[in-house]
Design a protein around this ligand. Structure first.
Ligand code: COA
Length: 334
């Protein structure tokens, strides 16, 4: 990029970072603008200063990866940086330019493609522009800050093993860390969430999904600590929480403030056991462990149309941070 453009981008990123902080202090304090498939799309603003920039990124997700279970095979994402508090006009302008770009791409036409925008949940000024262009809000990235954990300082590597192993909850459950011997049931519960979320388009079951989930679960359970916990009633597993440790959560950590961040990848309670406190007992136990390990921020995804997850996560101290908007196929953006 020529230096003049770099200067504009730098200035815009700074304004956007400040604006995000005004909207929600758990958004990142600094924005950046990644490289896109071409030069950024520009929304004209006053005094020759752009009101915003948009960068289009193309991602072709390989068939043999779990990422294809969590989204379309070809993903076209627009990364937006908008300066003004009222984003509607600049956003509409950039979405219109992006539609024209996607309409010229034969690879954006097939069914298994999506045009995607990840938008700050509290930036409500953009919602109508996204809807007018035919986009649908599909997923939420929710956040739980652990202020007391931040004050407690860094993780304790010497945490005694006994503190991680077994807890009795008031709901008559035993909660314990999962290990390799639990591979079958953890895989079953991981697939349970995927099957449930597939009903809302948030997951797409592929021929390789189950084998990939099993392989990933095996690798996760083989490490110590495993960061996965089971709730058992009368010796029978009834629920699972699985967290990606900080070193495996880097792919999403930049979506929030700096600090020790983990991603809660799975929460599942057997259908017949739901609504009786299993999920809450598991999550409370896991929060205690995360806080003791110095985790400052926990992120997770839920499908907006999942009728069980939003109220549950809200009760557990989570709230929306980003909203994932999509239109499928990508070229159907209006
Ligand atoms: C979401 C899920 C894990 C919740 O587990 P659960 O054991 O049913 O939840 P609990 O009984 O412990 O409920 C905990 C609290 O959330 C509330 N809650 C749970 N589900 C709720 C719902 N659908 N509507 C309103 N409140 C709900 C409970 O009332 C309870 O609140 P309380 O503490 O004031 O009594 C479970 O429904 C599930 O496995 N769903 C399918 C998979 C899924 O959606 N996973 C999450 C994907 S992000």
């Amino acid at each position: 990029m020529p230096w003049v453009v770099r200067d504009v981008v730098h200035d815009l990123n700074k304004s956007v970072g400040r604006r995000w902080q005004g909207l929600d202090r758990l958004l990142p304090g600094r924005a950046d603008l990644p490289e896109g498939c071409a030069a950024p799309l520009v929304a004209a603003g006053a005094n020759g200063r752009p009101a915003g920039l948009g960068v289009c990124r193309h991602q072709f997700v390989p068939a043999g990866t779990l990422n294809q279970t969590w989204g379309s095979a070809s993903q076209f994402s627009l990364i937006l940086r908008l300066r003004e508090p009222d984003t509607s006009a600049a956003l509409d302008d950039l979405l219109g330019q992006w539609r024209d770009h996607l309409a010229g791409l034969p690879e954006a036409g097939p069914v298994d493609t999506a045009a995607m925008v990840t938008w700050p949940a509290r930036d409500v000024s953009g919602v109508n522009a996204l809807l007018r262009r035919g986009m649908q809000a599909m997923t939420v990235i929710a956040v739980r800050p652990a202020e007391h954990a931040a004050a407690a300082g860094p993780a304790r590597p010497g945490e005694p093993a006994s503190a991680q192993v077994v807890a009795e909850s008031s709901a008559g459950l035993v909660i314990r860390e999962a290990g390799l011997g639990d591979l079958d049931v953890v895989t079953e519960f991981e697939m349970g969430v995927i099957r449930y979320d597939a009903q809302f388009g948030a997951a797409i079951i592929r021929p390789a999904t189950e084998a990939l989930v099993r392989a990933e679960t095996q690798a996760a359970l083989a490490t110590r600590p495993a960061w996965a916990w089971l709730a058992e009633r009368d010796g029978r597993p009834v629920g699972l929480v699985h967290v990606q440790p900080p070193e495996r959560s880097g792919w999403i950590a930049s979506m929030t403030r700096p600090g020790v961040t983990v991603y809660l990848q799975t929460m599942f309670v057997r259908p017949g056991e739901r609504g009786s406190g299993v999920g809450a007992a598991l999550v409370r136990h896991v929060h205690g462990v995360l806080d003791a390990r110095g985790v400052q921020t926990t992120l997770l995804h839920y499908a907006l149309m999942n009728p069980l997850s939003a109220p549950f996560w809200n009760r557990m101290g989570y709230r929306p941070l980003w909203t994932g908007w999509e239109v499928r196929p990508a070229a159907s953006l209006r």
